[in-house]
Design a protein around this ligand. Structure first.
Ligand code: UD2
Ligand code: MN
Length: 458
C-alpha cells in the first residue's frame, strides 16, 4: 500500500527486538532464507539478535554445518534443546536469552520484506499491551516464489472445532479504523509470526508450557490476550512471507490435547460446542491446568462470553440443544450416517451423502436449530437445502444471524422419525446405489419406509 511506503520512523523512539526462530528438521535453504531476510530487512539499530532454537532436530546438516555457517553472521545465536520440546517450549527457551525490548517470533521458513519490522515495533511503542502480527504472504511450496498480498488483509477467527480460519475484516472494524494503514483488530492469530513486548508477554503468562509439539497455542494466546485486557492486531504495513507446506513435515498428534487445554482454561461453558464437534477430545488427557486457572484469576481476565460479544461478534454461536445435534443415523441402512464432504474433497459438489457412522464428529456433525435449519459448521456455517427441481441435498451458506430464512432451508424432524422438507414436499431418503454403496436423496414420503427414518445420535 502506498500509504505504508510514505511512512517514516524515528528509530531512536522505537524499542529494540530479539527475533526468535524455533525449528525442527527444517531444510537448510528455507532456514537460511529466513535468517538472511531478517538480517537484511531489519534496521540494525532495532535488531538486537536472532535467536535460533533447534528443537532437537536429527538432520545432520543442522549440526556442524549450520554452526559453521552462522558463526560468520553477526548477531545470530544458536541454542539447542536437550530433548524435543515442541514449538511452545522451544520458543520460550529462546525467549529466556532475549535482550531486546520486544520479542518477535517467526517460523523457520519465512521471508521478511522491506519495512516489515518498523510498524510492529512502532505499534508496541504506542500500546505496550498489543500483540502485533504482520500480514502473512504466501511463499509457493513448489516454486518458492513470493506472492505479496495486495488489498485488505484477512483477520483471524476460528470455527467451533477450534481450527483457525481466515476472515474478511468486518464492517464495524472498517468503520473504527481511521486510515487504511491503522492496525486491524483480529480475534485470533495464525500463531507463528508476531511481536510482543517482552515485559507484557511475561505479565500475560508467556505460553502454556503444558502444550506439546504443535497446535492450539495460537488460539490460547489469542483468547488470553483479549480476555486479560490486551489486544491482538494485524499491521497492514508489515509483510512476511511463509511457506505453507502441502503436507505436515512431522507428526502432529497433540492438536486436540493442546486445544482442550485452551478450551478448559478460557472458554467457560462454550467449550461444550468444541467437545460436541470433537467427541474424541473429551477423552484427551490434557494434564494439569491449575496454574493456568490461577493465572486467569490473578490477571482478573474477562469471560469467554465477553470475548465473543466484544471481540468476535460475527461468530455464529451454535445452539446445540440437547438431543438436536450430533450424527444423524439412517434406520434403513443402519451402519450409515449423513456425511458432508467439502466440495474440494468431493468431485460431485457440496452435498450430503451417506458414510459409515464413525462417532468422531467432524463431517458427521449436524445441528438442528430453533429456526429449523440443518447446520454444518466448518470453515463457515452451512445450511442444508434442496436446490430447485433437484433431489439431492445441497449445502449453502446460512443466512446471517437475525435475517429471514428462506423456506428452502426449513426442515421438519417429525415424530415418526422422518425428516420432511416442506418446500419440496419430499422426505430425506437413504438408498443403495447400483454399486451397493449407501447414499441419500429426496423422495416422496412413504408411510413406514425405514429408509426415511433418521435419528440424532448422542
Ligand atoms: C501454524 C503457525 C505456527 C503454529 C501452528 C500452530 C503460522 C505461519 N504458522 O502452523 O507457527 O502457531 O500453526 O501450533 O502462523 N517447531 C518446533 N518444534 C516442534 C514443532 C514445530 O520447533 O516440535 C517449529 C517449526 O519448525 C516452525 C514452528 O515451530 O518453525 C511452527 O511450526 P510449523 O511451521 O510446522 O507450523 P505451521 O506453519 O504449519
Ligand atoms: Mn510454518
Amino acid at each position: 500500500m502506498y500509504e505504508c511506503k510514505s511512512q517514516t520512523f524515528n528509530y531512536r523512539k522505537l524499542p529494540t527486538t530479539s527475533v526468535i526462530i524455533a525449528f525442527y528438521n527444517e531444510a537448510m535453504s528455507t532456514l537460511l532464507r529466513t535468517i538472511h531476510s531478517v538480517l537484511e530487512m531489519s534496521p540494525s539499530v532495532l535488531l538486537k539478535e536472532i535467536i535460533l532454537v533447534d528443537d532437537f532436530s536429527d538432520k545432520v546438516y543442522l549440526k556442524t554445518q549450520l554452526e559453521t555457517y552462522i558463526s560468520s553472521l553477526e548477531r545470530v545465536r544458536l541454542i539447542r534443546t536437550n530433548k524435543r520440546e515442541g514449538l511452545v517450549r522451544a520458543r520460550l527457551i529462546g525467549a529466556t536469552y532475549a535482550i531486546g525490548d520486544v520479542l518477535t517470533f517467526l517460523d523457520c521458513h519465512c521471508e521478511c520484506v522491506t519495512g516489515w519490522l518498523e510498524p510492529l515495533l512502532e505499534r508496541i511503542a504506542e500500546n505496550e499491551t498489543a500483540i502485533v502480527c504482520p500480514v502473512i504472504d504466501t511463499i509457493d511450496w513448489n516454486t518458492f516464489e513470493f506472492y505479496m498480498q495486495t488489498g485488505e488483509p484477512m483477520i483471524g477467527g476460528f470455527d467451533w472445532r477450534l481450527t483457525f480460519q481466515w476472515h474478511a475484516v468486518p464492517e464495524q472494524e472498517r468503520q473504527r479504523r481511521k486510515s487504511r494503514i491503522d492496525p486491524i483488530r483480529s480475534p485470533t492469530m495464525a500463531g507463528g509470526l508476531f511481536a510482543v513486548s517482552k515485559k507484557y508477554f511475561e505479565y500475560l503468562g508467556t505460553y502454556d508450557t503444558g502444550m506439546e509439539v504443535w497446535g492450539g497455542e495460537n488460539l490460547e494466546l489469542s483468547f488470553r490476550v483479549w480476555q486479560c485486557g490486551g489486544s491482538l492486531e494485524i499491521h497492514p504495513c508489515s509483510h512476511v512471507g511463509h511457506v505453507f507446506p502441502k503436507k505436515a513435515p512431522y507428526a502432529r498428534p497433540n492438536f486436540l490435547q493442546n486445544t482442550a487445554r485452551a478450551a478448559e482454561v478460557w472458554m467457560d461453558s462454550y467449550k461444550e460446542h468444541f467437545y460436541n464437534r470433537n467427541p474424541p477430545a473429551r477423552k484427551e488427557k490434557y494434564g494439569d491446568i491449575s496454574e493456568r486457572i490461577i493465572l486467569r484469576d490473578r490477571l482478573h481476565c474477562k469471560s469467554f462470553d465477553w470475548y465473543l460479544k466484544n471481540v468476535f461478534p460475527d461468530l455464529h454461536v451454535p445452539e446445540d440443544r440437547p438431543g438436536w445435534h450430533g450424527a444423524i443415523r439412517s434406520e434403513g441402512i443402519s451402519s450409515e450416517c449423513l456425511d458432508y464432504n467439502a466440495p474440494d474433497h468431493n468431485p460431485t459438489g457440496a452435498h450430503l451423502s451417506l458414510f459409515g457412522c464413525h462417532g468422531q464428529g467432524g463431517n458427521q456433525f449436524f445441528e438442528y436449530t430453533e429456526n429449523k435449519e440443518i447446520r454444518f459448521n466448518s470453515v463457515t456455517e452451512l445450511c442444508a437445502e434442496v436446490p430447485e427441481r433437484q433431489t439431492y441435498i445441497g449445502m449453502k451458506h446460512c443466512p446471517k444471524d437475525g435475517t429471514i430464512i428462506a423456506t428452502n432451508l426449513v426442515w421438519e424432524f417429525r415424530q415418526d422419525g422422518t425428516i420432511f422438507h416442506p418446500h419440496s414436499g419430499f422426505c430425506v431418503t437413504s438408498y443403495r446405489t447400483p454399486e451397493g454403496r449407501g447414499d441419500v436423496h429426496m423422495a416422496p414420503c412413504q408411510p413406514s419406509d425405514k429408509n426415511q427414518f433418521w435419528k440424532f445420535e448422542r
